[in-house]
Design a protein around this ligand. Structure first.
Ligand SMILES: C[S@@+](CC[C@H](N)C(=O)[O-])C[C@H]1O[C@@H](n2cnc3c(N)ncnc32)[C@H](O)[C@@H]1O
Length: 397
């Protein structure tokens, strides 16, 4: 059961397609003050970790340092060659059955270099590796060629040390995560959005496509984190139902809300997504106009149980915020139960509820609670691995 549930919150080594375009496209400056932000990371985002590295990478000027290509390739080869040894000798990797494997880490190392070095990624990949996976050396004119880089050679080592020894997720090092078709700012203090949750966005968009009238009401994203679901809904609702849905996003954590705010701004959605700080429906409670007002509610609340917390991968357990993971004493369902109970007060008749759960046990339990109450069409839907994970329902008309 632990393995199944934890799958929804496995450390994500996939989903990379867009990060590079952000790092290279100059949009990283949105939000302003790279130097100040990089400095702030050391104190605020590093969550108490002692370090002096210019992180996150997406906030660092890509022309900050000069490195010689020959030395860069040697540094890459050295770090890459050491991965297998680190995996077999490090107690942290040895005791973690779900730890990233050598192939995952090699991929991440090449991301780190691609994101740091001011060279066309295809050219860099060619320089770092010949046809297969063997390492290359650079000779002749290329050896001494000076290129610009965000990191110095020593910093590559230090950052990679953080990845391997501290198990710091690569997304926190880069400062970006790729999710659905979005590139979202992330860092310690906010959950890295998972590929599984993309299915929840598709389910919500499917409901909008099926009943286009739901798009004429605002939608709600509870526990928005980076803003992933709220931004996805705002951007894709028009394609699904012909009108752009307004979204209200609620988040309890101040840190996470700051990332959501930055991401909403990066996508120019300040008018389409309104962010509230508070616990679940609490920011809406005071105003009567919110009652029976929402066309749909989506949420991926914390759902990990106490026992499962210990079995999580180190990347998740040590670095992602506990408040985004731990679902409380009711077998991880504190948030889920509250949302199921309160949602009918806020949804229009026929309104959609879509929830991510910890897996079959939670989904089945919640589904049976909902059947026969204020709900119709209660269904459990599978995630990308086929694990029953999402609960969808409509309020009775
Ligand atoms: C599993 S994360 C999901 C984040 C984001 N929706 C996603 O899918 O990537 C759960 C989020 O709920 C937030 N949260 C936890 N308790 C909350 C509460 N009582 N009210 C509002 N948000 C809460 C956490 O801070 C965290 O950002």
């Amino acid at each position: 059961m632990i393995a199944t549930r934890a799958k929804g919150l496995r450390y994500n080594v996939l989903g990379r397609q867009h990060i590079l375009s952000v790092l290279r496209g100059g949009r990283r400056h949105v939000g302003g003050g790279d130097a100040a932000r990089a400095k702030a990371w050391k104190t605020e985002e590093a969550g108490g970790m002692e370090q002096n590295l210019p992180l996150p990478l997406c906030k660092v000027d890509e022309k900050r340092s000069s490195v010689r290509l020959g030395a860069l390739v040697r540094a890459y080869n050295e770090l890459r060659g050491a991965i297998a040894g680190e995996l077999s000798s490090s107690p942290s990797f040895k005791r973690d059955d779900h730890a990233p494997n050598e192939e995952n880490l090699c991929t991440e190392l090449s991301w780190l270099f691609e994101d740091s070095v001011c060279l066309d990624p295809a050219e860099l990949r060619r320089l770092l590796r010949s046809g297969g996976n063997e390492c290359r050396s650079v000779e002749g004119e290329d050896e001494g060629r000076v290129i610009r880089s965000r990191l110095t050679l020593n910093e590559f080592q230090d950052v990679w040390h953080l990845r391997l020894r501290e198990r710091l997720p690569i997304q926190y090092i880069l400062g970006m995560a790729s999710w659905y078709d979005l590139e979202l700012r992330v860092g310690p203090g906010v959950l890295i959005p998972r590929p599984e949750t993309e299915v929840l966005l598709d389910l919500a968009l499917g409901a909008l496509g099926e009943e286009r009238g739901l798009g004429s009401h605002p939608w709600l994203d509870l526990g928005t984190g980076t803003g992933a679901l709220a931004i996805g809904l705002a951007r894709h609702s028009e394609g699904a139902c012909g009108s752009r849905v307004r979204v209200e996003a609620i988040e309890a954590s101040e840190n996470a809300a700051a990332y959501a705010s930055e991401n909403i701004e990066r996508y120019g959605l300040q008018d389409g997504v309104r962010l509230f700080r508070g616990s679940w429906f609490e920011p809406l409670e005071a105003e009567e106009r919110h009652r029976k007002a929402f066309g749909g509610i989506v949420s991926n609340p914390p759902y990990i149980t106490d026992e499962e917390m210990i079995g999580l991968q180190d990347e998740v357990r040590l670095h992602e915020p506990r408040s985004a993971l731990f679902g409380g004493a009711t077998r991880g369902m504190d948030g889920l139960l509250h949302i199921v109970e309160e949602s009918p007060k806020y949804l229009v008749p026929g309104g959609f509820l879509g929830l991510e759960t910890g897996g079959p046990i939670q989904a089945t339990h919640l589904g049976s609670l909902m059947r026969g109450q204020a709900w119709d069409r209660v269904e459990v839907k599978p995630d990308l691995q086929g694990v029953p994970r999402f609960l969808v329902a409509r309020t009775r008309k």
